[in-house]
Design a binder for this molecule. Sequence first.
Ligand SMILES: Nc1ncnc2c1ncn2[C@@H]1O[C@H](COP(=O)(O)OP(=O)(O)OP(=O)(O)O)[C@@H](O)[C@H]1O
Length: 322
Amino acid sequence: MILAHADQATRRYGDVLALDRVDLTVSAGELVGLLGPNGAGKSTLINMLVGLRRPSAGRVELFGGDPRRPASRRQLGVTPQETGLPGTLRVGEVVDFVAAHFPDPVPRAELLDRFGLTDQEKRQTGGLSGGQRRRLAVALAFVGRPRLVVLDEPTTGLDVEARHTLWEAVRSFHADGGTVLLSSHYLEEVEALAQRVVVLGQGRVLADDTVGAIRGIVGVRRVSLTADDLPALPGVVATEHADGRTHLLTTDADQLVRDLVTAGVAFRELEVRPTSLEEAFLAITAQGPAATGPTVTDATDPAPTDPTAAPTSAAAGGRPTA
Ligand SMILES: Nc1ncnc2c1ncn2[C@@H]1O[C@H](COP(=O)(O)OP(=O)(O)OP(=O)(O)O)[C@@H](O)[C@H]1O
């Protein structure tokens, strides 16, 4: 059963094309990670799916209806990127206030325990730390026993322990049959939680598949070496320089090494290793519509334009992204 659906959803803010014909389907029981750099369109997509924004073109559906209708949102729990809490209310009171809107809410003590907030129950929310406030905002998405929870960067500002507590809560919700869509900058978060990852870049879906499949399809390798001078080399997705070493990201490490030898490069300490999901993700993003990898430094080669190049086929190899 499809719980949330975007069909060619497009959103403009004035001249800014924030989302460009995005297709996304979230089915019951899935835990989907939405990954993308700043400004990729994650919040815009989430806000449209939960009824906070209207698409400029295309269609969005929640539980088979218009997300802007309250009836469509009854079984939804949301934590937007930014939330305001009434500063003078105590944590327990805020939970009770939200719980009062639902027929069968999670008991206060159980919810606070699940999110590591038991010790804060009697404190006014205005006196909480940023991380505690964030945890409370996320906890509130679960209070009404929703079928679908949508979390926009839920762990921003949380320390490692708080992040792990929150992951456990999300996992247990999912294990009990809940459906989750969460956006994140943290790749380890998506790897730790999600079965499926949708990569957004510049308002487009660049890839939609399992974490493993995306890494496999992209197949980016990191070729590290020390060399005084490097010519332009084909097949290099991105180049980084650090501590006197050059790191070349490529989808064909064997060919790159052959090219280095053919070009007569006097390299030392050559090392080839697989990349993390983060590097694979950056490689996909770097080859999005305008080829602007967010943290890839000093890309010396233009992104390949060959439509069969690996990152493009990452999109084609996954679920339909056109
Ligand atoms: N209300 C708005 N008015 C004008 N432009 C907007 C508005 N909201 C978002 N945008 C623009 O739309 C694009 C997508 O923004 P969005 O917040 O959806 O990205 P994001 O992937 O959630 O980014 P981040 O990771 O930084 O939260 C950006 O270029 C942003 O500047």
